[in-house]
Design a protein around this ligand. Structure first.
Ligand code: M6R
Length: 609
């Protein structure tokens, strides 16, 4: 977590950095700070959001500074406070660092440094980094001192260092936490992700693990800690600034919900050949032999991406008839997983930076298993570490609560299940029909979005409830989990998702007139069973909100409120049924006065274990 930013060029560094941090704020918002240098070192840092810090700064006074670093924090070690905020500086107030990651051996380093009389003021793991650099900076240049220091660190870091002794350079280093350098016109911008760089340049270099860059305004040198000086190629970002603006929406989350007709299309565009009933997923990079050898697929992910994995399980088992398991990344690596020849691991991650997912990927690779990824962020660590994969092409997702990435992940999983099914039992005529129906989904999503006001009215009725149950069956059970997660993470209302039939094994005890129960009840082969589950809720005076298919009049007898969605093939159903649940959660959270895009205690990409 945490977002870090660096700038060197001819502009007012404080302005560039604060604007960049605002783009990175989704990564953490417990505190913010900047450090600037020319002949002196200026530091200002504050607990709370970036707006707190911004109101403290006099940008015209800071205009002479053209070099600086900044940080927005998601607290791990030490409470959110001014003292624990980054940047941290050395004892002589000569150098400063911003850090994203966790230094696991910080206590041991702290003890050694204290023996050398270093005055370490904060409770953070990060502050030891700058004192360690200070120790080496007595005898070496800044770049050399950083290289000497980072080899002593255990854990993860993306860090940037400045010095008033060498104000014409920034030093950046990476191990496990994302960092990229934007190459501008006589200026360089360093950031945890591309969103803070794109308004300056599209040319970027992604730092690799165990690399240190010495960056001046017009050139840079890249060092690998083992190999020394290395050549690095420049890449081009392929999206533009509009993708990360709110464009008139109150929140990014709402904008992202409304983008789904387009983002779902982007997920399948160029990957279906309807005339031939074919699916093309070139990024998989699997040979015919490897494809034929797949005996089992293991999806590994966290949070919403894990829910997408559960949908993948239903899809691939039903249509491609390949056994699937779905693992929480955080559990997988510590469980001594049994992996065999014929297993294929697929990690799913919007950010491509989730630490648990990355660790699970490495665990599977270390056992000689092929690992593919389904990711959104191009060039992210997970995409680089995996053997192949498929981008979901949802564009930048800024709202902490994942919405469009979920439907794009599901879109790619539908394609994957058809791709694998075609190699087994499904014929091209059947695939053609599925493709035709998939292509019609964006229009149907737009229809649901046009019901936004009606869904808001339902949210108004239930916004003050303390608990919600979400129930679904089959492929819509993971949708129930996702609906519950959306509500709890942004509105702080307790919500649980269950397979509808499991209700009678426990959760039914919770049902009374104060319990809203959201049923996902499309008219599929288990519809009548879901109606029976509704009866059980009704008998206990629970309030029923049903997501049902247009034309379903039977359900009126059971539900207090019905949100109608267009009927679709079962395989495509999650793409449709999740949309009202996203809107319901959004409106409840807004009505409760919650900060929808930046819910408390959360961050967009969880780069710590
Ligand atoms: O970037 P990832 O998909 O790997 O992130 C996984 C989870 O942290 C993420 O889905 C989280 O649960 C979201 N806040 C859900 O809205």
């Amino acid at each position: 977590m945490c977002g870090i930013m660096g700038y060197i060029g001819s502009k007012n560094a404080s302005e560039v950095i604060i604007n960049g941090l605002a783009r990175l704020e989704y990564r953490g918002y417990d505190s913010a700070g900047i450090a600037l240098t020319n002949k002196d070192l200026y530091i200002n840092k504050k607990a709370g959001k970036i707006s707190n810090l911004r109101s403290e700064l006099d940008f015209s006074e800071l205009a002479p500074y053209n070099t600086g670093i900044g940080h927005t924090r998601w607290a791990t070690h030490g409470i959110p406070s001014d003292l624990n905020a980054h940047p941290h500086s050395d004892c002589k107030n000569e150098i400063a660092v911003v850090h994203n990651g966790i230094i696991e051996n910080h206590s041991a380093i702290r003890q050694i440094l204290q023996k050398y009389d270093h005055d370490i003021k904060s409770e953070t793991d990060s502050e030891v980094i700058i004192h360690l650099i200070e120790y080496y900076y007595e005898r070496y240049s800044l770049a050399e001192a950083v290289m000497k220091a980072v080899v002593r660190l255990e854990g993860t870091y993306g860090l940037i260092v400045i010095s008033k002794r060498e104000p014409e350079k920034l030093i950046a280093a990476r191990n496990g936490s994302p960092l990229l350098v934007g190459i501008g016109d006589n200026e360089m911008i360093i950031s945890s992700d591309a969103s803070a760089i794109i308004e300056h340049t599209r040319k970027v270099i992604y730092l690799k693990d165990r690399e240190v860059f010495e960056i001046k305004r017009d050139n840079f040198m890249a060092f690998d800690l083992e190999k020394g000086l290395v050549d690095r190629e420049i890449e081009e970002i392929d999206w533009n600034i509009e993708a990360i603006e709110k464009q008139g929406y109150d929140y990014f989350m709402l904008k992202e919900i409304f983008e789904q007709p387009e983002t779902i299309s982007n997920g399948f565009r160029g990957r279906t050949v309807q005339d031939y009933g074919m699916i093309r997923l070139d990024g998989l990079r699997l040979s015919e032999e490897e494809l034929n050898e797949i005996n089992r697929i293991i999806f590994i992910a966290c949070g919403t991406s894990w829910h997408a994995g559960l949908i993948g399980e239903y899809l691939i088992e039903e249509y491609a008839r390949i056994p699937v398991e779905v693992e929480y990344a955080s559990e997988f690596r510590y469980r001594k997983p049994i992996l065999r020849r014929g297993d294929l691991v697929i990690v799913i991650s919007q950010s491509g930076e989730t630490a648990d997912t990355l660790a699970a990927l490495k665990e599977a690779k270390s056992k000689g298993i092929k690992v593919l990824s389904i990711c959104n962020v191009v060039g992210s660590t997970i995409t680089r570490e995996s053997d192949g994969g498929v981008y979901i092409h949802a564009g930048p997702e800024i709202g902490v609560a994942s919405t469009k990435a979920f439907t794009s992940q599901v879109t790619v999983l539908i394609l994957l299940s058809l791709f694998l099914a075609r190699r087994r039992d499904m014929n091209s005529e059947e695939i053609k029909v599925y493709i035709e129906h998939l292509l019609a989904i964006p229009e149907k999503v737009s229809q649901i979005l046009s019901n936004n006001d009606y869904i808001r009215d339902i949210a108004e009725i239930y916004k003050d409830k303390s608990n919600f149950l979400y129930l679904g069956r089959g492929i819509n059970f993971p949708v129930a989990l996702e609906g519950a997660l959306k509500l709890k993470e942004i509105s702080y209302i307790h919500a649980e998702g269950y397979p509808a039939a499991e209700m009678k094994h426990g959760p039914i005890a919770l049902i009374d007139e104060n319990m809203p129960v959201v049923f996902i009840a499309p008219r599929d082969e288990i519809y009548s069973k879901v109606l029976s589950n509704m009866e059980e809720v009704k008998a206990r005076k629970g309030k029923i909100i049903a997501i049902a298919n247009q034309g379903d009049n039977d359900i009126k007898e059971y539900a207090d409120h019905i949100i109608y969605v267009p009927p679709v093939r079962k395989m495509l159903s999650p793409l449709i049924t999740v949309i009202p649940l996203q809107l319901l959660a959004y409106h409840v959270a807004v009505m409760k006065g919650c900060n929808v895009d930046q819910p408390r205690n959360l961050a967009k990409s969880v780069t710590v274990e």
